[in-house]
Design a protein around this ligand. Structure first.
Ligand SMILES: [Zn+2]
Length: 253
């Protein structure tokens, strides 16, 4: 401990002598001597006129997304993570009179996310399929984003362990989802379950299960941030790259 304090004072003294305030912050941050301010964007999918999928019980995806997102926000903020939400109300992100509401909504989500410059973005959705048999949470990432894959694998691992150990789904790469293609830092889309499956829809509509989903994602985010290093200076829209982060079981991948 004494050694660490001594080293800290030494680095601080050198930094103060040589650099500006901003540079001092950078030096101390790189030496892990001050807490990094982490920003995570939570994107509750759909909203307003865009209800998303409709469950077998006639509940809307947009509402479940927001309920899980609000719980996740609470958990992350209590762990001192800065959270930016793309929406906190039941609304689309577009002008009321817009002729292309969905397109404008998606554009606005991406520009809000890019402005926030988060470590990464977690977009919350619910799935649906023609067959009611299909179930299980699944996370999607941009196929060309290494960080996206690490984040998605980590969240998938926690969703399986906290929600359903029988869920054999693995995180899946995708190159066509608008949000994945148009955000500068890594984004993952968490499909928390299938609203077309009666058993899963019933669970997803309860506060207790929504809380477990939020907790699982929160645990993943904390694991990723605590083992991470720092934001990369280079941002590339086509190949998402924002943060060097490592999930605990990365070595196994
Ligand atoms: Zn959706």
């Amino acid at each position: 401990m004494k050694k660490a304090v001594g080293l800290g004072c030494f680095i601080l003294a050198i930094a103060l002598l040589l650099f500006s305030n901003e540079q001092v912050k950078q030096v101390l941050s790189e030496a892990n001597l001050i807490k990094q301010d982490y920003v995570i964007v939570i994107d509750p999918g759909h909203g307003g006129e865009d209800s998303g999928k409709v469950s077998v019980n006639n509940t809307y995806e947009k509402d479940i997304n927001l309920q899980i997102a609000n719980r996740l926000k609470k958990y992350l903020e209590s762990s001192d993570v800065k959270v930016v939400m793309t929406r906190e109300e039941d609304k689309m992100l577009c002008d009321a009179g817009s002729l292309h509401k969905k397109a404008e909504d998606m554009r606005n989500r991406c520009s809000l996310i890019n402005k926030a410059k988060p470590e990464f973005t977690v977009s919350i959705h619910q799935n649906s399929y023609t067959s009611g048999e299909i179930s299980g949470a699944q996370v999607f990432y941009h196929t060309q984003s290494k960080e996206g894959k690490i984040i998605a694998d980590c969240i998938q691992k926690h969703l399986v362990s906290y929600l359903d150990k029988e869920n054999k789904r693995v995180a899946k790469g995708n190159e066509s989802y608008y949000l994945l293609k148009n955000t500068e830092n890594p984004t993952v889309i968490v499909e928390c379950g299938f609203l077309s499956n009666k058993e899963e829809a019933d669970k997803l509509e309860t506060e207790a299960y929504q809380d477990r989903v939020a907790w699982a994602i929160h645990m993943s985010v904390m694991e990723l941030l605590s083992s991470g290093t720092k934001k990369s200076e280079q941002v590339n829209v086509t190949v998402q790259s924002g943060l060097r982060i490592y999930c605990a079981d990365r070595a196994k991948m």
